[in-house]
Design a protein around this ligand. Structure first.
Ligand code: PBG
Length: 336
């Protein structure tokens, strides 16, 4: 032994001594094939950058098809679509959500016709379509969304989008019983191949702010809506697990946690309690926080993005919805 050498039985730094050993011992791999790209669609021609989400655009149908085929070429398997609905087309009951000639149904059928091998996920909720911005029907008398009446509409919406060719419908509304009703309705229409990606543990989060701008959600006195009567209380973990297991029982194919980064414990717990695939949604505010810090020169946004996604995967997510999907897919230095 050298003088001054500690007598250690184990020196874990040997695991980190070279790039090769670090690579050999890597436990969590991030790959494009497990990422899902959320995409915003607009009626207007061309594309428009979202102010609070630098690098993220709303696309016209034509642009959307170009972006989708490029993403597919780069190895991405799935996209999730969200509409931008101009104010004058919204109403109290969000009736545009059921219009088979609407933007999303048109986008789904165009993608499935032109790029059939790209999986298409459609959001099932009324918020982009309602004047008040809630995910369901607002009942003034109750001072709340009407759960059961909302489920009835969402079920119709899911069947309509299933018929258009959506591979997965993704109820993001957090109403009680919607997964079971949607499954039943899809099956009774013969849509047995349409899957349900359930937003099972969706928290009432301030991190949705930039998304609400992206889809043109209403603000009240400068603030976005409070959705605490249906989205989960950020303090609660067991309740999230309860929601996820209920969705599993009702027939969900994939269980999702949202947001992702601030809720890694929830992802981990749900992963431990189900055999179903678990998805996580790295939401708009998580994206914008990293990008804004990057634009200020306060951190390296690409490294921070990758680290944040690895953390989400390490917690147990099999797949991740992330606004970084597009730039990572196009980045030749990103794996593999
Ligand atoms: C609404 C919906 C929201 C998001 C996806 N679907 C916002 C909300 O619940 O208010 C947020 C996604 C994001 O912030 O990236 N049904």
């Amino acid at each position: 032994m050298k003088e001054k050498q500690l007598d250690l039985s184990r020196r874990p730094r040997r695991f980190r001594a070279s790039r090769q050993i670090r690579s050999l011992l890597t436990e969590t791999q991030l790959t494009i094939s497990n990422l899902i790209c959320p995409l915003f669609v607009q009626e207007k021609k061309g594309k428009e950058e979202i102010g609070s989400m630098p690098g993220i655009f709303r696309y016209s149908l034509e642009n959307l098809l170009e972006v989708c085929s490029e993403l597919r070429e780069k190895g991405l398997n799935a996209v999730a679509l969200f509409p931008y609905v101009p104010k004058e087309k919204k109403d109290d009951s969000g009736s545009l959500a059921l219009d088979p000639e609407g933007l999303i149904p048109k986008a789904v059928s165009a993608i499935k016709k032109n790029i059939p091998e790209l999986l298409v996920i459609t959001d099932i909720a009324l918020d982009p379509y309602t004047t008040h911005g809630h995910d369901g029907l607002w009942n003034e008398h109750l001072g709340d969304v009407d759960n059961d009446a909302t489920v009835e509409i969402l079920t119709k919406m899911a069947v309509m989008l299933g018929k258009m060719g959506a591979d997965f419908v993704a109820p993001s509304d957090m109403m009680d019983g919607r997964v079971g009703q949607i499954r039943k309705a899809l099956d009774s229409e013969g849509l047995t191949k349409t899957g349900i990606l359930a937003y099972s543990a969706k928290y009432a989060s301030a991190f949705y702010g930039p998304f609400r701008e992206a889809v043109g959600s209403a603000k009240k006195r400068g603030y976005y809506l409070d959705k605490m009567t249906y989205q989960l209380n950020p303090s609660n973990r067991r309740e999230a697990c309860l929601e996820a297991l209920l969705d599993e029982k009702e027939g969900a194919d994939i269980l999702m946690v949202k947001p992702a980064g601030p809720y890694l414990d929830i992802i981990y717990q749900i992963r431990q309690n189900t055999l179903l695939p678990v998805a996580a949604y790295q939401v708009s505010g998580e994206y914008s926080a990293i990008v804004a810090a990057g634009l200020n020169g306060w951190l390296d946004p690409k490294k921070a993005a990758i680290e944040s996604l690895i953390a989400i995967k390490r917690a147990g997510a099999d797949m991740i919805l992330t606004y970084f999907a597009q730039s990572l897919a196009k980045d030749p230095s990103f794996n593999l």
